[in-house]
Design a protein around this ligand. Sequence first.
Ligand code: HDD
Length: 749
Amino acid sequence: QKPGKLVKAALEKAVDKVTELVNPPIPGAPNSEPPSLDEPTEPRGPLPPKQDQTGPETVSPTGAPTGAPKLSQGQQGDFLTTSAGARLYDTDHSLKAGERGPTLLQDHHLREKVMHFDHERIPERVVHARGYGAHGVFVGYGTAASVCKAGFLGDGVETQVFVRFSTVLGSRGSADTVRDTRGFATKFYTQEGNFDLVGNNIPVFFIQDGIKFPDVIHAGKPHPDREIPQAQSAHDTFWDFVSTHTEATHHVMWNMSDRGIPRSYRTMEGFGVHTFRLVNAEGGTALAKFHWKPKLGVHSLVWEEAQLINGIDPDFHRRDLADAIESGAFPQWELGLQIFPDTPRQTFEGIDLLDPTKIVPEELAPVQPVGMLTLNRNTMNFFAETEQVAFHLGNLVPGIDVTDDPLLQARLFSYLDTQLTRLAGPNFNQIPINRPHTAVNDMFRDGFHQHAVHAGVAPYRPNTLDGGNPFEATAEDRPLVEVAQPLPKAVKVRQAPASFADHFTQPRLFWLSLSPVEKEHVVRAFTFELGKCYEQAVKERQLRVLANVDATLCAQVAQGLGLPAPSPTVRPKKVAPSPALSQIGQTWPTDGRLIGIVVDPADLDGVRTVRETILAGGMVPLLIAPTGGPIGDSGLVAQRTFLTARSVEFDALLLAGGPPPGADAVPARDAKAGAPGGTVDPRVLLMIQECFRHAKAIGAWGTGRAAVEAAGCAGPGVVVDDDASQVLKSVTALLGAHRVWERFPATIS
Ligand code: HDD
C-alpha cells in the first residue's frame, strides 16, 4: 500500500474510535450487565471500578477549605484518560508512521505510559521490606486513666488504626514463613494526632544501642558478594555477629524458639519493646511497656512445615490475614501495659528498664488490659497503603513520651530519615495512609510531592499577616509536652551502663520457662542454623555463648553439630522461670482454623454435615477431591484437588468414608484414593503423614480409616470413629490446644 493509503486507513480507524467514544454504549445493553462478584468459574466482564479513596479536604493555614480537589484521585470517571485528564481512544497501539512504520516521538500517551511504568517501583524498606497491612479500629477501656491521659485510651473511645506486619531480613518478594522476627507496627489515627507503636513479636532486641543497628542488619542480610541467602539467619555473617555480641543472645533465643516461625500474624504477640514514659492528667508519670495479646492465642508453625510453606505458598501469612478479614473472622489483640514506678534509677526488681534486651516477667508486673484492637478491613491497594505507610516512634500523643533507652533514641532519627529516600521527599505525611485524622496546621512548605495548597502568606511565627495563625496550644488545648525529666549528673561518654552487661541471665530465664517440646525445637533450630554455617570458628564461638545460657542446651546443639560442648565461662545467676513465656498448655479459640476434608463419594452426606458444623463453629472447611469442580450432584464443590492440596495449609485433616465394606452394599471404595482398586493415592498418604509429623489432629470415619492406617499413622491425636460428628468433635477439641504436643519426642526435661 502507498503511504497515503495507510495514513487514510489509520485516520478512518481513529475516526471510528472517536465516534465510539462520543457515542458510548447504552447502559443496560446486553453486554453491559452488572458483573457478578462471585468467584468466577468462566470468563466475565470487568469488575466495577473501586470507589475512590477520599482524603480530608485540603485546608489552608487559616483552616478554610481551599476549594482544591480532594488529595487522592484514584479511578474517577468512566473513560481512560491521560494523567492530565484527556480522554484516550486507544491504549494498545503506539502512534506510528504507517502500520509498519517507525513510532513517532510525538506519541505523548506512549511516552507517558512507559515513563510512569518505568518509575513504578520505589526503594523497598531497608529492613522490614516484606509486610502486609490491614485497617481496623481500637477501642479504649478507660482502664489506663490513672497512668496515662492519652485520649484514645479513654473508655469506649474508638480510633481508626492501620497495622503493618512484616519480616525483618527478607526483600519485598521474599517468603512469609522464614525464621525471623516479625514487625508489628500500628498507626493510631487519634484525635490528638497519629500515635505509632512500632514493635515486634519479640519483646527484646539484638542490640542495646542504635549505633549498632547498621551492623546487625549488615550481618543478617545476604552476603554482599553473592547476595545469598535470602531472608535467612542461617548463615555465617549472622552467627559471626551474634556470637561476638553476647547482648544479642536473648533475642536469638526467641528467634530460635517457635516464636521465630509464627503460625499466623493473627496468632502473634506484639511488644513495644522499649520502656515508655506515661503521663496522667495530673502530670504524674509512670514507666510502661506495651503488649499486644492475640485473642486466638500464640501459635507457631513447626520448622519443617515453615520450610515447605515457603515453597508451596510464599504468601501464607498475608493470605491468612486477608482471608480471615474478608470472611469476617476479624482478628483481635488486646493492648496491655506493664506499669512500673518512674524512679530515678529507672529499674524494676533489679531489671534495667532502659535496656532493650531485657523483659520484665509478667509474673513480676502483670500485663493490664487497656483496650482492644480489631482488624476489620483489607487494603484496597497494597502500594498506596501498605507500601507507602510510614511509621515513626516520634509520632506520640499527649500522655506518652519516650525514655532514654539508647536504642529508642537512635530510632527517633532513623524512621524520619529513611522515608526521605523511600518516599522521595519530606512530604510523606501527606500520603493518604499517613495523614492524621485530625486538623494539621504545620508551617512546613514546598518540597517534593507537595500536595497541600497553602493559601496563607506567613508560614512563620509570630505573624500579623495571617491573623497570627497558626496559634500555639495552651495547656487547656492538650498539647504534646515533653516530660521535664531531670538529667543525671554526667559527662559525655561513648559507654554503656554496667547494668547492661548481664547478657545471659534472661536468655537462661527464657530457656528455663519453655516446655520440653519447645526446648527441643530451640535445640533443633540452633543446630540447623549453625549447621548451615561454613566457618568452624563461628560455630564454636556460638557454642561458647550457649554454654553460658544452659549446659543441656549447649550439649545438645554441640552433639548435633558433632562438636565438643564447651564449659561455661560465666556463673549462671539464680533465676525463676516465667510460665507466661511458654506457648503451650492452654486451650484457645479455634476461630478461623482451616480443616482439610478428603471427601469420599460414599459419604457425601457426612461430608456436608461436617462441613456445615465446621463453618458454624467459625472454622474454615476445605474440601479436597481427586479432581476439581462439583462433587457428583451433591452440590458440594472441591476447593482443593490432590494436585493442589498440601498438608501445610491445614490445621487438621479429616478423611471421610462410607460404611465399612460388607456393612452395606457399597462398592470397593476407590474414590478417596482417586485410584482403582482402593489403593490410597500417594498424595493423600503424604498429606496424612505430614499432618502426623507436624503434630496436627487427624480424624477419619467409616472407610476413611483405611487411608490413615495405610499411612501408618496411629496414636495421640488420631481420631477414628464410625460417627463423623464424634470425630469432628474430638478434632475440634484437639485444635484448641493448637497441636498434639505428645507426638513430638521429648528428650529434654
Ligand atoms: Fe526498626 C522499620 C521495629 C530497631 C530503623 N522497624 C521497622 C519496622 C518495624 C520496626 C516493625 C517496619 C515498619 C513498617 O511496617 O513500615 N525496629 C523495630 C523494633 C526495634 C527496631 C521493634 C527495636 C526495638 N529500627 C531499629 C533501630 C533502627 C531502626 C535501632 C535504627 C537505628 N526500622 C528502622 C528503619 C525502618 C525500620 C530503617 C525501615 C523502614 C522504615 O523504618 O520505615 O528506619
